[in-house]
Structures are given as structure tokens and as C-alpha cells.
Design a protein around this ligand. Structure first.
Ligand code: RAM
Length: 553
């Protein structure tokens, strides 16, 4: 072949350009060929929500009580008829209806004239609360760091009576306060037929716990199930009040609890496909996605630990259900997330957590002072091993042949660099911090031997300086570590004390943030904007039902 002819050269260059260009496009989006298919599957799996109409069971007053959760308690003040049978005026403005349970859905009410003609509009304010303090705490001036609009207060202007009005926004609450902001002195009206159309995608009732189960464990399970049910809408939401969307970390824990309770496999599948279909063009998963107006991701939000947990969640799902189709479909995504472990793993086998922390949101817990070295190292080992287990289930080990050696390298390095033989704790970072998180992840990853794990975990309770979990999310991993290391009594005690603590404080659903020593803790600088029905807090359901020998005796 004569390469000197200008025509041939041109054709060759042209061919190179096409091949190179195609490779470039492919490198940019490794899932280009699959995305639409994944999103279609997600759409096809979208559940139809069931609707149940609920009515208030009573009227309550919310009263100050230093002993109550966040200083406020709801006190029964009689039947709802007192509202329905009298005129609504300044006298009963501020009345609070109690539905007796947490609900997620749509609120409606009816306005009827009682005397005179409606010669002016009416202005009403509704405040919806998951817990009593939300009803009693003024929202303004708003000090929070998230949007003020998450808070559930709505002003409604009514111009025609009679009329039945539905508040357009979906709400999550147990209590509803109604205030009168404006009305005509020449027109008397009443409020009636207060209703809530509650929605969920749950259609099954899980088996009862065994007869010998303690009342406290039964209560924890019941509240955990309600929490999960409320979060199971058309995706696994993190919280039906806030943020009302699919986050990978929450999905992981919800899907575990679902496997042992409602068994809605389709919802889990839908969420896996959605996250995959909406991942970034470089193949990295985005931490959270929205469904409306059409499915889309919160693009800039890259959370390193959540990428790894997607793999773990997928493996758990495939292992439990035997659904290899989903595993095979989404294997390219799982495989891709491992690149980030390869990228930050140093020659010494230690993850460069400082660099990772600069380039990513490394989360693990709502706890500012938590050092992330040990937790990231532990999760990386865990994710490598879990992904390899997934590869085995799918017969794809040859595609990740480097993983076992890498996992071992990281594991050995963790033990060498982070284990303090003298104290028996795993330490993290330059200050050698001892945290619940570090002991939990060193245990779950298998870096700690059983004896070391037991010693470290047991030691935590006696160490005043140990960094505690900031939220139930981290408490889940601590609880899982207690079980993994064989500390059954301690596991039962920890679950009963922590989630039971919320029960004792009146929880209808478990909370996003719970620090037994600080009921006002908020990652968002304003505790009413915390979510009080939060996915990652539902996991006692998983523990209690997966380990009956620990919890149901
Ligand atoms: C919050 C949400 C959600 C969690 C993220 C990291 O915004 O509560 O549950 O996954 O943070």
C-alpha cells in the first residue's frame, strides 16, 4: 500500500478521526448504550400508590414540658366535633387536629357558611407537624441553612363557600394547626371534613414477630415499619417531609429493611435502574435523584461513600432475591465505581482520604468532627469484597481479577497503620481519633479480627472521648458491627437503648437525627427542618427480623 499518496493519507486520517472520536464519546459515557433502557425499566417499575383516607382522631393542645421531646407535648383536648360543630373564629384559631399517626399525602377540608353572606375572602393558615415541637416553634425569622420552604406552613385564601379545598403540596405530618388570619365580621363560617389522603407503595403486611418478643422490641419494629412504609412512595424517599427524593445511602438501608418486611422488590429494582440511568457521563453515580418533572439527578452532588454503597446494595439484593437479570444489567455501573477506590488507594495500601475529601463529599455521618480516614478505609475494603461477591454471583470474577489482591492490600495496611494494640482501638487521622464509626467500619470490613472487634467495640462505652454517631445512619453501622462481631447482648442493648429512646420520647416514626444528649441537634441549624420520619432510621426492622435469635427471644 502506498502511504505517500495524499488521497490515501487523507482517508487514513479521516478514519483515525472517526475511530478516535467514537472512542472519545465512549470514554465520556460508558453507559451510552444502556441508559435509555435502564430509565425505561425504571419507569415500567413505577408503583401505583395506594390511597387511604384518614380523619383526625381528636383535638390536642401542644404544651411546654421540659421532660417531653424538644420540650413540647401534645395533650388530648377532646373530640374533633368541637371544631366541626362551632363557628371558626379568633376564639378557636390555633386549634390543632391530631390524626393519631404519621401520614404522607394530601390534605383537604371543607368550608361552609353558617350565618350571613360571604362578603369577603377568608384567609387561613395551616401548619403541619410530624412532631409537636414543629407546631409550637415559630419558623421565622428562619435561621436554617436549607430552604425555608421545606417547613410545612401554608396560607390558603378561600373565596367561595361552601367549598372543599385540597392543599396542592404533598405533606407529611401527624398534627395540623389551623389559624384564622382574616375574615369578615359579617360572615360566620365553619370548618369540617378535615381529611388526609395518605399514600404509600406498600401493599403487604409483614409477619408478626415471635410471641416471646419483648414489648419494646415490638414497638421499635412497629415504628420502624411505619417509617419505612411512609418513605416508600414512588421511590425509596429519604424522608417524606424532606428531602423527598432518592439518595443512595438511604436506598441501601431501606432496601435491606424491605427484604425482611414488605418485600417490594420492584421498588428496589426501580431505584437501582433510576440511579444508573441518571449517573454522570463519566459513569460515576450521583448521590441523589428527583422524579419530577422528569427523572433527573442533582448533578453536582457526588458523594464518595454512596457510590460504594450502591455496589453493596446491589449485591445484597441479588444475593437475597437471586435476580441476576438486574445484577447483570447493572454490573457495568458497579464495576465502574471501583475505579474510585483504585484511584485513591496509595502504594502503601492506604486510601488517600485527604485528597478524596478535597475532591468529593465524603459523608459517613452528620458529625463534623468525625475523622474520615478509618471509615473510608473500612468501607473501601468492604465495597471491594462485596463487589467481588457480586461478580461471583454473576460469574464475572475475571472482569475484576485485581480486586481480591487490592482488598487484601488495603486490609493489611489498615491493620498495620490504624490498629493501636495498646488501647485496643482503631484510630483515625493525624490526631489518632477513636470513633464509633472507625470501630464499626474496621469490624464490618474484616480488618479487625473477631477478638479485636469485640475489644474495640466494648471499649467504646467506657471511653468518654470516643466520637459518637451523630445520626441513626451511623448508628446502623455500629449496630451491624456489634452483630458481626458476635456481641449479641450488646447489640440488643444498643438497639433497645437508641431506637427505644426515641420510642420513649413519643416517636411515631424514627428520626433523621437523634442524639440522646442533644434533642435540638440539627445539621441544618434549625431543628424543625429536620426530618422526623427518615428512611435511614428504619433499620431496626432489618436487624430484628434478620436476627430473631438476638431480638425476638
Ligand atoms: C440528607 C438527607 C439524606 C442523606 C443525605 C446525605 O440531606 O437526610 O437522607 O442521604 O443528607
Amino acid at each position: 500500500m502506498e502511504l505517500t499518496k495524499p488521497g490515501t493519507k487523507f482517508i487514513l486520517l479521516f478514519c483515525f478521526a472517526i475511530v478516535f472520536g467514537a472512542a472519545k464519546v465512549k470514554a465520556q459515557d460508558p453507559y451510552a448504550a444502556y441508559r435509555q433502557g435502564w430509565l425505561k425499566k425504571a419507569e415500567d417499575l413505577k408503583p401505583k400508590l395506594t390511597e387511604t383516607v384518614k380523619q383526625p382522631i381528636s383535638v390536642v393542645t401542644v404544651e411546654k414540658d421540659a421532660a417531653a421531646f424538644q420540650g413540647w407535648k401534645a395533650v388530648n383536648a377532646g373530640g374533633i366535633d368541637q371544631l366541626y360543630n362551632s363557628a371558626f373564629s379568633k376564639k378557636n384559631s390555633g386549634i390543632i387536629a391530631d390524626f393519631g399517626e404519621h401520614m404522607t399525602g394530601y390534605f383537604n377540608f371543607t368550608i361552609k357558611g353558617r350565618r350571613g353572606d360571604m362578603d369577603a375572602p377568608l384567609r387561613l393558615k395551616f401548619t403541619f407537624g410530624e412532631v409537636p415541637s414543629e407546631i409550637a416553634t415559630p419558623f421565622d425569622p428562619y435561621p436554617g441553612t436549607l430552604s425555608r420552604a421545606w417547613l410545612q406552613d401554608e396560607i390558603v385564601t378561600v373565596t367561595v363557600a361552601p367549598s372543599t379545598i385540597t392543599i396542592p403540596r404533598r405533606l407529611a405530618c401527624r398534627y395540623v394547626k389551623i389559624e384564622l388570619l382574616g375574615s369578615s365580621p359579617y360572615f360566620e363560617f365553619g370548618i369540617s371534613n378535615i381529611e388526609f389522603k395518605a399514600t404509600t407503595s406498600v401493599t403487604t403486611t409483614p409477619a408478626a414477630l415471635s410471641a416471646g418478643t419483648s414489648q419494646m422490641i415490638k414497638d421499635i419494629d412497629r415504628v420502624g415499619l411505619t417509617t419505612l412504609k411512609e418513605c416508600m412512595q414512588t421511590v425509596y424517599e429519604d424522608g417524606p417531609k424532606r428531602d423527598r427524593r432518592l439518595w443512595i445511602g438511604d436506598l441501601y438501608l431501606e432496601s435491606l429493611a424491605n427484604l425482611y418486611s414488605f418485600k417490594n422488590d420492584d421498588l428496589t429494582k426501580r431505584c437501582f435502574y433510576l440511579l444508573a440511568g441518571l449517573s454522570a457521563e463519566d459513569g460515576v453515580l450521583i448521590s441523589n435523584v428527583f422524579e419530577a418533572p422528569e427523572p433527573h439527578a442533582q448533578k453536582g452532588n457526588r458523594l464518595l461513600d454512596y457510590c460504594f454503597l450502591y455496589n453493596v446494595a446491589l449485591k445484597e439484593y441479588v444475593a437475597a432475591t437471586g435476580d441476576k437479570q438486574v445484577g447483570n444489567d447493572l454490573w457495568p455501573v458497579a464495576k465502574k465505581q471501583l475505579d474510585m477506590i483504585r484511584k485513591y488507594a496509595g502504594d502503601d495500601g492506604m486510601m488517600d482520604y485527604v485528597k478524596a475529601g478535597k475532591e468529593w463529599w465524603v459523608f459517613f455521618d452528620w458529625k463534623n468532627d468525625l475523622d474520615k480516614q478509618a471509615v473510608l478505609q473500612g468501607l473501601s475494603v468492604y465495597a471491594l469484597n462485596q463487589t467481588y461477591a457480586l461478580a461471583k454471583l454473576l460469574g464475572k470474577e475475571s472482569e475484576v481479577a485485581d480486586i481480591p489482591a487490592l482488598a487484601k492490600k488495603l486490609k493489611d495496611a489498615a491493620h498495620k497503620n490504624l490498629y493501636d494494640k495498646k488501647s485496643g482501638f482503631f484510630v483515625s487521622g493525624v490526631d489518632k481519633q477513636v470513633s464509633y464509626g472507625a470501630q464499626a467500619w474496621m469490624t464490618l470490613s474484616g480488618v479487625a479480627s473477631k477478638a479485636e472487634a469485640q475489644r474495640a467495640l466494648k471499649g467504646l462505652t467506657g471511653l468518654a472521648t470516643a466520637v459518637h454517631p451523630g445520626a441513626p445512619y451511623m448508628f446502623h453501622y455500629y449496630e451491624a458491627a456489634l452483630i458481626e462481631s458476635g456481641l449479641k447482648t450488646e447489640a440488643k442493648e444498643a438497639l433497645t437503648t437508641y431506637w427505644g429512646g426515641m420510642i420513649k420520647k413519643g416517636a411515631d416514626t424514627f428520626w433523621e437525627v437523634y442524639d440522646p444528649n442533644d434533642e435540638f441537634k440539627s445539621p441544618y441549624n434549625f431543628y424543625p427542618v429536620n426530618s422526623y420520619c427518615h428512611a435511614w432510621s428504619c433499620t431496626p426492622v432489618y436487624f430484628i427480623r434478620k436476627y430473631p435469635e438476638i431480638f425476638q427471644q
